[in-house]
Structure formats: C-alpha cells, structure tokens
Design a protein around this ligand. Structure first.
Ligand code: AMP
Ligand code: GLY
Length: 426
C-alpha cells in the first residue's frame, strides 16, 4: 500500500522512519515533510491544510491510507473532507473528525466532555463577554495559583498559571476585552491548579476498541532545571519510574476507558491517536488536556519502543479491529533530546547549514529531523526545533547521555539543547 503522511516535524520523521520499516508500505509520501523524511520517502510540497491538493495527490499517487501528524488539519476537518469527496472517500484517514478534534481545539468542549463522562479533571468554569462580571467574582474566590486558558488553539501559548489574583484578573481582561489570543481567547476557562507530576499518555482508538502506547514525560521549558519560557518540548523520556503498573491501570480505568466509551456515547467519529496530558496527584490521575494527535517530541520517544508493525496497527484502526492487536513494547529506556535554534521559543533565524549529519550513529541512537530543509547540496535549519536524537539505554541516565553525546557531534550556528533531560530521575 502507498501511504501519505501529513506534517513536517520530528513527530513525522519518527512516523516515516517506522512506516518505512513495514512490508505493507510499498511507497511513502510525506506532505510537506523535511530533510529527514526525504530519507524515508518522497516529500510533496503541499500545505497541510490544502485538502484539495492533498486529495489530488492521493489520486495521483494511488494512496491507500492517509496518516495525519499535526492538529491543525484535523481541527480544520481533513477527515471530514476525505469522507465527503468522491475521489478519495475510499481512503482511510488516521485521525479524528473535526467535531472529535474539538477535544483539542476547544478547552471548553474538552472540559464538558470530561464532566459528562465522569473523567477526573480540575474544577472549572468558563466565561465570555456575556458573563464577564461573574468571571471576576469567580477568579477572586479561587485559591492560588489559578489557571486561565484561552478556549481555542493559541499556538501552545493559551494557558496562564497566575500566581496572584491581580495578574489573573489582568490576563482575563486582556483575553475577553483586548483580543489577546484573538477569537481563541474570547471564551476563557478558569480552573483549579493541579499539584503533582505531569506525564503524557497515548492511546490509538478505532472508535470502539483501543490500544495503549508507552507513556512519556515531556520537558517543556527552554532552560535547564525546567526554567524559562515554555516550548513545544525540549526532550522526553519513557518509561517513567513514577508511572508504575498500578498507576497505569488506574489511568486506564479512570481516564482512557471512559474517554473511548465517551466517543461512542457522544457519536464522535474518532479513529486515531488520543494524547492525554495527565497529572499524577499522589497516585490519582487528573486530565490536564486532550490532544487529538501524538505529541512532539513524545512520538520520537514512544514510536521506537513499539515493536508492532505500524501499518498493521493503522489498518486495524481503520477496519475497527484493534481488539485483535497485542502491543509489543521494548522494555528498554528511551530518551529524546531536541536541538533548537538560538533564540527559540522567541525569534530565531533559519537557513543555518547543519553539519555532522553524515556521521555514522552509534547503534543505540536514532537521529530525527524536526525543522530542517534540503537546500541544494546542504541541509539547513528551517524551524525552532531542528533535530531530535533518540537513544536506548539501560537507564534514563544512560539513554540521555547517549543522545547528548550524539548532539555534541552535530553543529549549526547557535545550536542549543538541554543537557539535563530526565534530571529528576538521575
Ligand atoms: P496546555 O497548553 O493545555 O498543554 O497547558 C500547558 C501546561 O500548563 C501543561 O502542560 C501544564 O504543565 C500546565 N497546566 C495546565 N493546566 C493546569 C492545571 N489545571 N494545573 C496545573 N498545571 C496546569
Ligand atoms: N510535546 C507536547 C505536544 O506535542 O503538545
């Protein structure tokens, strides 16, 4: 089967790397891809939200399955577009419908879903210009810190953890009356701050059944010791010492099972990945957020641990046969460390030539490209997050050290990576 993968980051390179290993994948296309995915298949220069051109490419290349990496095309309805278009409706799309993708696209939708299905999450209320005054009262009554969230997609910046009421009221005012975050912030979710250790849990569902993938911890802050600005993710590790069998069983029982059952009850068309951001509060899981896709860099950590054929997993997903699948997971520890452009997550420059890419990698390490592009004979930087190195090890310390060592041999101007990924487990 020919497969089209949508997206261009480290997540997509990890998917491409794994899809290419399957006998069931005859040709792999990636739209638009990066310099790394070009090593696994053919990049097509298409925008991830240009559904008409994507459908045309599917016909032209006799595509038998579309796998969607990022949230934007999902929230904008790529699944629904394919379901309706006569030329491509026979092609399964791995990813939820636009309505189901609201779990990520709207915090308010996600919170109502959790409330309806008894899924543990932080207590909350939501406000708009219509009940603005009530919101002020509510915020004043909350214990600190208090969490404010723009309802819609805000490029990962829509969550504010406010340490005092004045700051919270000022952010609230900015969102509702001054267009901070535009439309996305016209509705504000105000919620309780959850204590505990955060982790990312992933399931793949066919709408009826599901399999659970390895869980991971993502390091979001730019600076060592989890300091500085939030980023898309600077590294990840899996498995997690604090997420033991008993806890993961509790997560399944309290969160994953009711989530998938909730899709069915609410008639949400969902055949794809569910990413659940969780807080482990003294052994009890609370959902922080849902994403309708895999995480980045978590995919670079989780996918190499999965021994199953990924195409077979996706076929079972589209044919609603995930109950026939048993997950096989590599017991070794994996750590991913991300190299970013100087200045990221604020302004940074692109087009910096990358050297060291031809060096033979140690057996235990894999190099994934994130924001890279081939320009003539050179691979140059093309984003904030540029490269991700994943390594296996017998411990978090060993896996992280191996990834750091590989990064020491790669170079572009102002390359930066956190050398302390997994620090709290060492
Ligand atoms: P999000 O954009 O939803 O991923 O949120 C960004 C980050 O804010 C999360 O990864 C958490 O670290 C933090 N966060 C969000 N909501 C809460 C909450 N209710 N309590 C504590 N931390 C939170
Ligand atoms: N690493 C977090 C995310 O992909 O949203």
């Amino acid at each position: 089967m020919n497969i089209l993968l949508i997206g261009s980051g480290g997540r997509e390179h990890a998917f491409a790397w794994k899809l290419k290993q399957s006998d069931r994948c005859s040709a792999l296309f990636i739209a638009p891809g990066n310099a790394g995915t070009a090593l696994c298949g053919t990049n097509l220069p298409l925008s991830v939200t240009d559904f008409r051109s994507i459908a045309k490419a599917c016909v032209e290349h006799n595509i038998g399955m579309v796998v969607v990496g990022p949230e934007e095309p999902l929230v904008k309805g790529i699944y629904d577009f394919f379901a309706k278009d006569a030329s491509v409706k026979h092609i399964p799309v791995i990813g939820p419908s636009a309505q189901a993708a609201q779990l990520e696209g709207s915090k308010s939708f996600a919170k109502a879903f959790m409330l309806r299905h008894g899924i543990p999450t932080a207590a909350y209320r939501e406000f708009t210009a219509a009940n603005y005054e009530e919101g002020i009262e509510y915020i004043r009554e909350q214990a600190l810190p208090v969490v404010l969230k723009a309802d819609g997609l805000a490029a990962g910046k829509g969550v504010m953890i406010c340490m005092n009421h004045l700051e919270a009221l000022s952010e609230y005012e900015l969102m509702i009356h001054s267009d901070k975050f535009g439309e996305a912030g016209k509705k504000v979710v105000v919620e309780e701050f959850l204590q505990g250790i955060e982790l990312s849990v992933f399931a793949l569902t066919d709408g009826e059944h599901y399999v659970i993938l390895p869980s991971a911890k993502d390091y979001k802050r730019i600076g060592v010791g989890d300091t500085g600005l939030n980023t898309g993710g600077m590294g990840a590790v899996s498995p997690l010492p604090f997420a033991d069998e008993a806890f993961l069983q509790r997560v399944n029982e309290k969160v994953i099972a009711p989530t998938i059952a909730g899709f069915k009850k609410d008639k949400l068309d969902y055949k794809g990945f569910v990413f659940i951001g969780l807080m482990n509060n003294q052994g009890e899981p609370y959902v922080i957020e849902y994403n309708c896709r895999m995480g980045d860099p978590e995919t670079e950590t989780v996918i190499p641990r999965i021994k199953n054929d990924l195409v077979a997993l996706f076929e079972a997903t589209s044919q609603q046969r995930l109950n026939e699948i048993t997950m096989e997971v590599d017991p070794r520890t994996v750590a991913t460390v991300v190299a970013v452009s100087g200045g990221y997550p604020e302004d940074y420059e692109k087009d910096k030539p990358i050297s060291g890419l031809d060096r033979q990698l140690p057996d235990n390490s894999i190099l994934f490209h994130c924001g890279t592009v081939q320009k003539a004979a050179e691979v140059v930087t093309n984003g904030g997050r540029v490269l991700a190195v994943t390594s296996f090890g017998n411990s978090i310390t060993e896996a992280v050290q191996r990834s750091n060592d590989v990064l020491e041999h790669l170079y572009f101007e102002d390359l930066y990576f956190r050398n302390d990924i997994g620090y709290e487990f060492k």
